[in-house]
Every structure is written in structure tokens, then in C-alpha cells.
Design a binder for this molecule. Structure first.
Ligand code: SF4
Length: 244
């Protein structure tokens, strides 16, 4: 227990005993003052460390915001023609775990948020089962505009958009990335191997460990394979623990 926690526990104890009718504790007022003064002094470096973390998180927020501004009303590939919204990505700028999917679907295109449909609900449940909240991770896609009729993004579209997700990963600098589905894994890795062979193995995406797994939309159609995704998630979790 650090000094701040000690002071909080002391305050709580005083409130508790005060509520029971006690008017003093067997400790002098001077001693309490000293303890609280030490608390401030001892906690000062911790506060300054916290400030550094805040600055770092603020820098990352700013860098992501600048990237979003750079993308602007993007017309860099033909997917711009059918989109309602650009789906930039969302989550914590200092996430330790990042998910990269394929591209927005209908719900995502309408709401300008990644993974909000049925597949998104399944992804949220996976994140929670991994012991995290959705807002603690970062979620993005290989392409930021919805392909017509949910077709796979084409090579030229991927190469136009991929630099943006690379920049997001570079800014956030997570400890682990999980790619979701065949298109995402193959685009990131530049390999044509089937997702069934890629999943379950760690690769590297710009020096960040990358675990490919199935897309949640695939799991909606093939729920029997959920255990495979859970096995991949457990490997990602143990990598996070090792790098923590
Ligand atoms: S998919 Fe990417 S590159 Fe293409 S228009 Fe949308 S934001 Fe621009």
C-alpha cells in the first residue's frame, strides 16, 4: 500500500469510527499531519510519472487526430464512391491490444464506427472474455470505406488504404495485434496462405507481434470454430502478459 492509499484508508477508518460515535483515534493530530505531508511528498514523483503518461497519451490522441485530418474526405480509391462515412477506427490511443478487420459493413458505414453489427457484438464479447473492455483496445480495418455489397476489397483499394492502418498501428504501438479474417491477415502479411493455416501462429507487423484469427462474421456462420478463436486469443493474452 503506498502513502496515498494509506491516507485514503486512514480517512475511511476515521469516517467509519466517527459514524460509530468515536471522537478521536489513538494517534495524535501532529502525527496525522506528518503522515499526510509525507503522502504529498512521496507521491510527487508518481504524479509526475502520471503526467508523463498523460502527455504520451495526449500525443497519441493528437497524432491520430492529425492522421484523420490527413485522410480528410478521401478520394484515393474507388471505394469512396459508395460510402456513407469513412470508418477511421476507435478505441484507446494507448491500447496494448489492437484488432484489424477487413472493412466496414453496412452498419459500420452508417454509424462511422467499426464492428457495430452482429459480428461486432461477437468481437465485443471476445474482448470482454479476454478480461478487457472494448474501449480499452483499438479497433480498425484494412480499408476505411465500405466495399459495395460487402465484397472483398480489391488489391488497388488495399494498397491505397493500408498505409493509414499502418500509421495507426505505429502511433498506438500496441503490444499485440490480432487480425480478423483472411483479407486482413493476407493484406498485412502479403501472403496468400489460407486463414486456416495462418491463424494460431505469431507473425510480425512492423515489429509488433501479430496473431491472425478468424473474422467474427465467419464465426456467426461457423460457431463450431469459436474455440479456435479463443485459443488464438489466449496466445495473444499470454504474449501481452510476457510484454507487460
Ligand atoms: S478506402 Fe481508404 S483509400 Fe479508399 S477512399 Fe476510403 S479512406 Fe480513402
Amino acid at each position: 500500500m503506498n502513502h496515498r492509499e494509506t491516507a485514503q484508508a486512514l480517512k475511511k477508518a476515521m469516517e467509519f469510527y466517527g459514524g460509530l460515535g468515536f471522537r478521536y483515534l489513538p494517534i495524535s493530530e501532529k502525527k496525522v499531519s506528518e503522515l499526510l505531508m509525507n503522502t504529498v511528498a512521496d507521491d510527487a514523483p508518481v504524479d509526475s510519472g502520471t503526467d508523463e503518461t498523460i502527455v504520451s497519451a495526449a500525443d497519441k490522441d493528437r497524432a491520430l487526430q492529425e492522421l484523420r485530418e490527413e485522410i480528410g474526405d478521401c478520394q484515393r480509391c474507388k471505394l469512396c464512391r459508395g460510402r456513407t462515412n469513412i470508418v477511421f477506427g476507435e478505441g484507446s490511443s494507448h491500447a496494448r491490444l489492437m484488432f484489424i478487420g477487413e472493412g466496414p459493413g453496412r452498419d459500420e458505414d452508417l454509424q462511422a464506427r467499426p464492428f457495430v453489427g452482429e459480428a461486432g457484438k461477437l468481437l465485443t464479447r471476445l474482448i470482454e472474455k479476454m478480461g478487457m473492455k472494448r474501449e480499452e483496445v483499438y479497433i480498425a480495418n484494412i480499408v476505411k470505406c465500405r466495399p459495395p455489397n460487402n465484397r472483398d476489397p480489391e488489391e488497388d483499394e488495399i494498397s491505397s488504404c493500408r498505409p493509414f492502418v499502418e500509421r495507426q498501428a505505429q502511433i498506438i504501438s500496441p503490444d499485440v495485434i490480432m487480425s480478423l479474417g483472411r483479407v486482413s491477415a493476407q493484406s498485412i502479411l502479403g501472403m496468400k496462405m489460407p486463414i486456416g493455416k495462418l491463424r494460431g501462429n505469431f507473425f510480425s507487423f512492423n515489429d509488433i507481434p501479430l496473431m491472425p484469427t478468424y473474422h467474427p462474421a465467419y464465426l456467426l456462420r461457423n460457431p463450431k470454430d469459436k474455440w479456435l478463436v479463443w485459443a488464438d486469443a489466449q496466445k495473444a493474452l499470454s504474449k501481452l502478459k510476457n510484454r507487460g
